[in-house]
Design a protein around this ligand. Structure first.
Ligand code: ADP
Length: 386
């Protein structure tokens, strides 16, 4: 059978009336060519609606599914209703205050130090980013989150790497999040972390053909339609790189700060600086740099070898005026525990690597407090149990 085209899908969508039964959803501009992705027989599309009407408009979503499924050659349809959002949403201001989240947060405001981070019940959202892939960003995000948890905080982890979600594997979580009410999902949980990832929502075989706007709406839904609170910190594992997609994503999340992960080689090779520049453009405070694989810890003799030279990252961080949060050794145990879904901070809490991650977590909290104070706001109610 012939592969369906985007035009055929858009034509079919004209049969669906708008939320107030006047006009059709295409004519009303609720869905356009940029919101539709077609790959072989699979169609993924997003329809924009006001957030508060999501539940009431579920029949409209089903009508959309039905008309698209009837297009010849369509084998699978996924329809998302996304909160209406002005294209010119302003970037978050320093301190992550009031980023203008369109949808109301589902979590109850428990008063657990909510400083207006933008997602209800969440005190601070921090991004973990890198200039490029493969430097250990996701590994750092997981172990940093667990390090914060070990310090007595309520912590969540949002896997924003929508194209290559890794949290289901790194945290050994399978299954699907259950709805709590309407479209609001309960996050998955393991090792005491609340976790949300595209990996829980989309089959692994589903091609990741999501276009920019749809990726953004997936992210905002994972932020706003998940029962996160009460959380002291939500760690967001950003997609690797510093392109436009990452920049837009950074702008969509009301970030209190960003942590940049880099290897010693990349620090020298400017990749980390691209990460810095990205957050500087969005006015998100950079909390500091984590140097991953900074030295080699011999698994047999425990000897530390500075294979890339000592102190490079620290001095480079100082040179570019960014705090150094700490170094994590290149240690086979990190890779093995990651592969096994038993992150080193929980599986070997007394190891040197786990201590390194907990030290980084402590410094991240200190830096958050500093940034909050610098922004002239009261210090967050975050207390590390030592
Ligand atoms: P990214 O998110 O930057 O793409 P990952 O976190 O997926 O990178 O890490 C890439 C690979 O490197 C993984 O196999 C991971 O287990 C391994 N790795 C990350 N950090 C370390 C480390 N400190 N020591 C040993 N292996 C590591």
């Amino acid at each position: 059978m012939a592969t369906p085209t985007k035009d055929q899908v858009l034509n079919a969508l004209k049969q669906v009336k708008g939320p107030d039964l006047s006009g059709d959803i295409v004519a009303l501009g609720l869905v356009g060519p940029d919101d539709v992705a077609v790959s072989d027989g699979k169609v993924i599309l997003a329809v924009r609606i006001p957030a508060e009407r999501a539940r009431e408009l579920e029949p409209m979503r089903r009508a959309v599914e039905k008309v698209v499924a009837a297009v010849p050659g369509v084998s699978k349809v996924t329809v998302a209703l996304t909160a209406e959002r002005r294209a010119s949403a302003s970037p978050p201001s320093a301190g992550g205050v009031g980023a203008g989240q369109g949808a109301p947060g589902p979590a109850s405001d428990t008063g657990a130090g909510d400083l207006g981070a933008g997602v209800k019940g969440v005190s601070a959202i921090i991004a973990v980013a890198s200039g490029k892939g493969g430097v250990g960003k996701s590994t750092t995000a997981v172990n940093l989150a667990l390090g914060l948890k070990a310090g007595g905080l309520n912590v969540g982890l949002l896997d924003a790497d929508i194209y290559g979600p890794s949290m289901p594997r790194l945290l050994k979580i399978s299954g699907r999040p259950e709805p709590v009410s309407g479209r609001v999902l309960r996050p998955m949980e393991n090792y005491g972390l609340k976790v949300m990832s595209m990996g829980f929502l989309v089959d692994e075989e589903t091609p990741m053909i999501w276009r920019g706007p749809m990726v953004i709406s997936a992210l905002t839904q994972m932020l706003n339609e998940v029962l996160w609170g009460p959380l002291d910190v939500l760690v967001v594992d950003m997609p690797p790189g510093t392109g436009d997609a990452q920049l837009t994503m950074a702008q969509q999340v009301p970030l209190a700060g960003a942590v940049i992960v880099s290897t010693p080689q990349d620090l020298a090779l400017i990749d980390a600086r691209k990460g810095l520049a990205m957050f500087q453009r969005t006015e998100v405070p950079v909390l500091g740099i984590v140097e991953n694989m900074s030295y080699f810890l011999c698994p047999r003799c425990g000897e530390r070898s500075e294979i890339f030279g000592h102190g490079g990252a620290e001095s480079e961080a100082a040179r570019i005026g960014v705090p150094f949060l700490g170094g994590v050794p290149l240690d086979i145990a990190v890779r093995e525990t990651s592969d096994a879904g038993t992150p080193v901070v929980v599986s070997a809490p007394d190891s040197g690597v786990a201590k390194a991650y907990r030290g980084i977590a402590d410094r991240v909290i200190d830096r958050l407090k500093q940034e909050r104070q610098a922004a002239g706001r009261k210090a967050p109610k975050i207390v590390m149990e030592t």
